[in-house]
Ligand binder design. Structure first.
Ligand SMILES: [Fe+2]
Ligand SMILES: [Fe+2]
Length: 378
């Protein structure tokens, strides 16, 4: 499959985070809601490529029936494949849960229009490390590189880190491949994006420690950072809904991006609530919340993100995020409360609003009683 810029010089990538689909998809309204979001986004954006950011489909069923697993996956991506749009997928930690990673990669790769494979030698950590070039609109030269990196599962020693990280041998392979890309790009680092499931620890650089009065809207850090509460720092946009669940050990992946050059941005899944984004040390990082309704989430805020690159401006890109409700969709799977109060921040705003209204109401009634006593009582 050869990806290339359109005749208008653009290439649009539509991202879907953590769908976590299950085998009861045929009857479950949560599947219907995810499917509605996917269809609406595809109709509106007409992307050139879709990316599933890992934890896509429950792999438990693979052990019982590889066919059932494939059917479920085909049902999930049907809105994409039926429109003849290519879809690239990465492995999330949950695709590593049952020990069938290579088989699962083969299932993805067996579906027409679906890209998932392992370009790295088998001794390199991970089961699906690969890259795809986006070629110039005339189809002659690779001008942009999309990296799909396997961020593995949980760490084998939880005293070291809860989640695993991208290992040094993966980073070494990536750097060697970047050198090859450089040769193809006239000796300059090729502009690139990285897509991977688990965020790098540097994602915390987009946050800062919360002040005391910010605690109602702050999030608690994850695992070794659980003693600290965070909010987005100046320049960080989007929704910080939970402490990023990045590894507790820094394997040097972000430093490697800086070293090789050309990495414009990195896009992560894994945290189902966060959709914030910002720059750290010149590299854009965006967290992508779930596009589904299966895993823990927060009402109708499930969303997609569109990233657009431009052949004429290879060092620049545009992105936008759109939520379920913003497409004008109505949820069939959520109850009335989650349909309206759909995140912790607006929950607290609602509570404070009601409390202020109650206090104001009591004060007004008191004032009226006082006036009445003065006029008639005295
Ligand atoms: Fe997930
Ligand atoms: Fe995950």
């Amino acid at each position: 499959m050869k990806l290339k810029f359109n005749n208008n010089g653009k290439f649009k990538i539509l991202l879907f985070g953590d769908i976590h689909e299950h085998t009861d998809y045929k009857t479950n309204p949560k599947f219907k809601d995810m499917n509605k979001l996917m269809n609406a986004a595809l109709d509106e954006y007409k992307p050139d490529l879709c990316v599933l950011l890992g934890d896509n489909c429950n792999t438990d069923i693979y052990k019982e029936s590889p066919e059932k697993f494939k059917k479920m996956l085909c049902a999930v991506i049907e809105p994409i494949t039926s429109r003849k749009i290519p879809v690239a997928a990465i492995l999330g930690n949950h695709e590593h849960d049952n020990g069938f990673e290579d088989e699962i990669v083969a299932v993805y790769n067996s579906i027409d229009g679906c890209i998932m494979r392992n370009d790295a030698p088998p001794e390199i950590t991970g089961n699906a490390n690969f890259k795809e070039f986006v070629y110039s609109s005339d189809g002659k030269n690779p001008v942009f590189c999309l990296w799909f990196i396997d961020s593995n599962n949980c760490h084998e020693n939880r005293d070291i880190s809860h989640y695993d990280y991208v290992h040094p041998d993966q980073i070494e392979w990536f750097e060697k491949e970047c050198e090859k890309n450089k040769e193809l790009n006239g000796g300059k680092p090729m502009p690139s994006f990285v897509f991977q499931h688990t965020p790098v620890p540097e994602e915390y650089e987009l946050l800062r420690k919360a002040r005391f009065w910010e605690l109602p809207v702050a999030v608690r850090g994850y695992n070794t950072k659980k003693g600290t509460f965070y909010v987005g720092k100046k320049g960080t946009e989007g929704y910080v809904g939970e402490g990023p669940c990045s590894p507790d050990v820094n394997s040097g992946q972000f430093a490697s991006w800086k070293k090789v050059g050309g990495i414009l941005g990195a896009f992560f899944g894994h945290d189902h609530l966060n959709d914030f984004w910002g720059y750290h040390d010149g590299i854009f990082m965006a967290q992508h919340k779930t596009a589904g309704f299966r895993a823990y989430t927060d009402g109708c805020r499930s969303c997609v993100r569109l990233v657009t690159i431009d052949e004429k401006k290879p060092g620049k890109f545009e992105h936008e995020l759109k939520r379920f409700k913003q497409f004008g969709l109505k949820s069939e799977s959520l109850g009335p409360i989650l349909r309206t109060i759909s995140d912790r921040q607006s929950f607290w705003l609602h509570v404070l609003g009601y409390a202020a209204a109650a206090v104001g109401g009591v004060a007004i009634i008191g004032l009226i009683i006082k006036i009445l006593i003065e006029v008639f009582g005295g």
